[in-house]
Design a binder for this molecule. Structure first.
Ligand SMILES: C[S@@+](CC[C@H](N)C(=O)[O-])C[C@H]1O[C@@H](n2cnc3c(N)ncnc32)[C@H](O)[C@@H]1O
Length: 396
């Protein structure tokens, strides 16, 4: 099984950008690894340094792997690979992420033998790798290319969009995610939203506002997709809203929808995962989420993150459904006509989500209120974080 994927190609064809695009669109929990970045002095390329992928932009001292000493004379610094590089890769093996990034492997590490051995240990491990291979022949790089567990894709300016699709599918496969089941194509999702789901968003937005009795503050729509629920709720209230999704493609469409609704100043997209929400503690008054819960393999982590960003007394309205029995009937009928497996697939997803014991899952959180309802309107979980002083205010 080829579980390690490398991109190669000429300079500046966008190899790292392609990898970043793949990573931005993956609904993953944990990605670790390293990245090499360019260092400029007086606008001239003066070196390359190594960074821990999970701690980008936090290193104050650059860990150089190569420096330009005289105008065009480059020296490599293999010790950086053998110390920091090895440390990062050993940590990857300890932490067992879903995917390891090696961006990039080149010739500065020709003499970094300890690092090279660590790279081979990782390639032989069960954790898949996505990386960039310099288009050069060195014994180290050739040995990687020859491996049976490595698949190399050559990217050019002309083929890079097609390559992105191919590599994305390959990565989904090696990390054990199915297209359709764990990943939704943004353009076709938006088409279905426009043709079928559109009427449910204002209905659900209204239900959320009525039930939570909230009208203002910061709202976060988790797994917002192309943004319709967050946008409808913002139209009906004074909320300022973030649309969070781990798919950059979904958010690009959401941005067009925000503009069409004239809400550029009040609704913003946010790329990230529910497992690591890129917002401060206690900064969100209302968290909403529709249809994303089905994709969260690690629900406890997700709810802890949601709790962390909620203000004291803040509420969350999370679940899935079509708003009412009648809308559900109409939508099921339309979707079944488009896709004969629709009912079966939905039933499986819903089963996996409704069979969870949410009271047990949320028992460590300091909640003033919790209600789980499962009806024709959908499966919805309403929670309220405890106020520091006083009592919760939510009611049925
Ligand atoms: C069925 S769509 C629902 C979109 C939108 N809420 C709606 O109702 O139209 C599920 C969305 O959840 C997103 N998603 C899945 N796993 C996620 C995660 N771990 N973090 C953030 N978003 C996630 C997907 O990218 C997708 O856009």
């Amino acid at each position: 099984m080829r579980s390690n994927i490398f991109v190669t190609g000429d300079l500046h064809v966008g190899k790292s950008t392609l990898i970043q695009r793949v990573l931005n669109n993956l609904p993953l929990v944990k990605i670790l690894g390293f990245k090499t970045s360019r260092y400029f002095q007086n606008k001239k390329l003066a070196g390359f340094y190594l960074e821990d992928f999970s701690r980008l932009h936090r290193e104050e001292q650059k860990a150089f792997i190569g420096r330009c000493v005289n105008d065009n004379y480059w020296v490599s610094i293999p010790e950086t690979f053998d110390t920091l590089g090895v440390e990062i890769l050993q940590n990857c093996l300890r932490e067992q992420p879903d995917l390891i990034v090696m961006d990039e492997l080149g010739f500065f590490e020709n003499d970094a033998k300890i690092f090279q051995k660590q790279v081979f240990d990782i390639l032989a491990s069960s954790i898949p790798v996505i990386g960039v291979l310099k288009k050069k022949q060195t014994p180290f790089l050739d040995q990687i290319r020859k491996r049976k567990d490595v698949k190399v894709f050559e990217v050019t300016r002309e083929n890079r969009d097609r390559m992105y699709e191919l590599i994305f599918e390959e990565v989904l496969q090696v990390i054990g995610l199915d297209k359709g089941k764990n990943y939704i194509d943004a353009a076709s999702y938006e088409k279905t939203v426009k043709e079928v789901f559109a009427p449910v968003y204002p209905v659900i937005a209204k239900q959320i506002l009525t039930r939570t009795k909230m009208t203002t503050g910061v709202c976060l729509d988790v797994g917002a997709g192309t943004g319709h629920l967050g946008i409808e709720l913002t139209k009906m209230s004074d909320f300022n809203t973030y649309l969070l999704d781990c798919s950059q493609d979904m958010l690009l469409i959401a941005e067009q929808n925000i503009e069409r609704a004239g809400l550029q100043g009040r609704v913003h997209t946010l790329l990230g995962s529910v497992y690591q929400i890129p917002l401060n503690n206690e900064s969100v008054d209302l968290v909403i989420s529709r249809g994303s819960l089905y994709f969260w393999e690690h629900k406890k982590t997700a709810f802890h993150e949601i709790y962390r960003v909620l203000t004291p007394g803040g509420m969350a309205y999370i679940g899935g459904g079509f708003g009412s029995a009648e809308l559900k009937r109409q939508i099921n009928q339309k979707m079944q006509e488009k896709d004969e497996n629709w009912r079966k697939n939905m039933a499986e997803k819903i089963d996996k989500t409704t069979n969870v014991n949410y009271l047990e899952l949320l028992k460590d959180l300091d909640l003033a209120y919790i209600d789980v309802s499962d009806s024709e309107a959908g499966m919805w979980l309403v929670i309220q974080k405890k106020q520091e002083y006083g009592f919760g205010t939510a009611s049925n």
